[in-house]
Design a protein around this ligand. Structure first.
Ligand code: UGA
Length: 439
């Protein structure tokens, strides 16, 4: 089979590379010439564990190629994935201009039957707009070439995207025709070895599935954050409560970790977009509005603890921050809780020295010299009045606490992800604050 993947962002690049990995002939297309030139040399625009090696290997095997032109690359393809950005507009709705521009371009250049698949997260109804855009272009050319549109949402987690793609829990495809179904079945066959299902459905349901999945996960997190805050007030320990409820299979033990709020490029955007879609159609998503509200508050929870601990006087104090990315194993800082915390500390005249295993470049790009950067986690601690654990990178889990104690001015730890145990930390002589645990 031969496919084209348009858009070499996070989703497009992982998708194209993983299809090439199982032997499919893939061309990744992007209008950004510089990006394409770099990719040809094995230089990636994003960090994702394992991806670079996979891109280089598949390029060498000539199963993966890169092009800046859709015009000829689309010829001979069975499937074209649209995986370009859908940035949120001012009002929170997804901006479809890039998706529809690609659709038009496909309509201008396709010369045989093809399945055009939306992979970007797009609102319900987008596949119809894609179909209309392609039809318009075909009509303008005066040709009648059959095609199908499909919706095939991705469920990749940053940091684990390759594993998620190669061993998916499920693959969801919305497509109307049997011909389209057959093509998609053939394409995904190599990924179904572990017995997980390929679920076919109508297009609007597939489009909705993506939003419902992310909204449900965001809801779990905000719910647990709410419970954690109440635990603190009532003298309960949310770590215990989490274990207590997580062992009920109906609830499940995943995605119920309280913290300092969800971030990243997906949950915040998708929750907003679903609320917007509903309101545009006369419905109010009451639960999701609260999910958003709780999440915004949660980003300040750690700061509020710091403020109270220091009696409101933060000016001149130095805070060490461990972890800047919105979660481990990524350099992505979009909507990261670290940004909110840092901004609040700086507003109070505090000094921040941060360290992150991979997001330092991204941080310098976003924060410039408003903060200092440690060479490693220990350097960030020198003379710090407190340590703030913001992202739960594995290497922060068991540091040498003797060294930590010696480097810090004051032994205070604010643990935004509950990776340390309160009793243990107190035994080591630290003043410890977690989320939803007894102080
Ligand atoms: C999320 C979904 O998990 C993917 O299935 C989906 O494909 C993707 O969005 C997308 O729409 O593209 P991702 O944003 O990479 O993936 O990150 P997650 O691992 O889901 O984490 C999201 C946020 O939730 C992080 O800020 C994390 O710290 C937070 N989180 C997660 C918690 O606070 N508690 C938890 O128990 C789990």
């Amino acid at each position: 089979m031969r496919i084209a993947v348009v858009g070499t962002g996070y989703v497009g690049l992982v998708t194209g590379t993983c299809f090439a990995e199982v032997g499919i002939d893939v061309t990744c297309i992007d209008i950004d010439l510089k990006k394409i030139e770099n990719l040809k040399k094995g230089i990636l625009p994003i960090y994702e564990p394992g991806l670079e090696e996979m891109v280089i290997r598949n390029t060498q095997k000539e199963r993966l190629s890169f092009a800046s032109e859709l015009s000829t690359s689309i010829h001979g393809c069975d499937v074209a994935f649209i995986a370009v950005g859908t940035p949120p507009g001012e009002d929170g709705s997804a901006d479809l201009k890039y998706v529809l521009a690609v659709a038009r371009s496909i309509g201008q250049h396709m010369n045989d039957y093809i399945v055009v698949v939306t992979k970007s997260t797009v609102p319900v109804g987008t596949a119809n707009k894609v179909r209309a855009a392609i039809e318009e272009e075909l009509e303008a050319r005066g040709v009648d070439i059959p095609f199908d549109v499909a919706s095939n949402p991705e469920f990749l987690k940053e940091g684990a995207a390759i594993e998620d793609f190669l061993k998916p829990d499920r693959i969801v495809v919305g497509v109307a025709s049997e011909r389209g179904q057959e093509v998609m079945k053939k394409l995904y066959k190599p990924f179904l070895m572990n017995g997980h299902p390929l679920i076919f459905m109508d297009i609007p349901s597939a489009e909705m599935t993506k939003y419902a999945a992310n909204a449900m996960l965001a809801t779990k997190i905000s719910f647990m954050n709410d419970i954690a805050n109440l635990c603190e007030i009532m003298g309960a320990d949310v770590n215990m409560v989490r274990k207590g409820i997580g062992s009920d299979v109906r609830i499940g033990n995943k995605f119920i970790y309280p913290g300092i709020g969800y971030g990243g490029s997906c949950f915040p955007k998708d929750v907003k977009a679903l609320i917007k879609t509903a309101s545009e159609n006369g419905y109010e998503m009451k639960v999701l509005k609260s999910v958003e509200d709780v999440n915004e508050n949660q980003k300040s929870v750690l700061y509020n603890k710091i403020y109270n601990h220091f009696g409101g006087s933060l000016a001149g104090k130095t805070f060490a921050i461990w972890g800047l990315s919105f979660k481990p194993k990524t350099d992505d800082m979009r909507e990261a809780p670290s940004l909110v915390i840092i901004q609040k500390l700086l507003e109070q005249g505090a000094k921040v020295r941060a360290y992150d295993p991979v997001a330092m470049k991204e941080a310098e790009h976003m924060l410039g010299d408003s903060i200092e950067y440690g060479k490693d986690e220990y350097e960030a601690l020198i003379d710090a009045d407190a340590l703030l654990l913001v992202t739960e990178w594995p290497e922060f889990r068991s540091p040498n606490f003797n060294v930590v104690s010696k480097l810090m001015k004051d032994k205070v730890v604010f643990d935004g992800r509950n990776i340390y145990e309160a009793a243990d930390m107190m035994e080591k002589g630290f003043t410890y604050y977690g989320i939803g645990v007894k102080q």
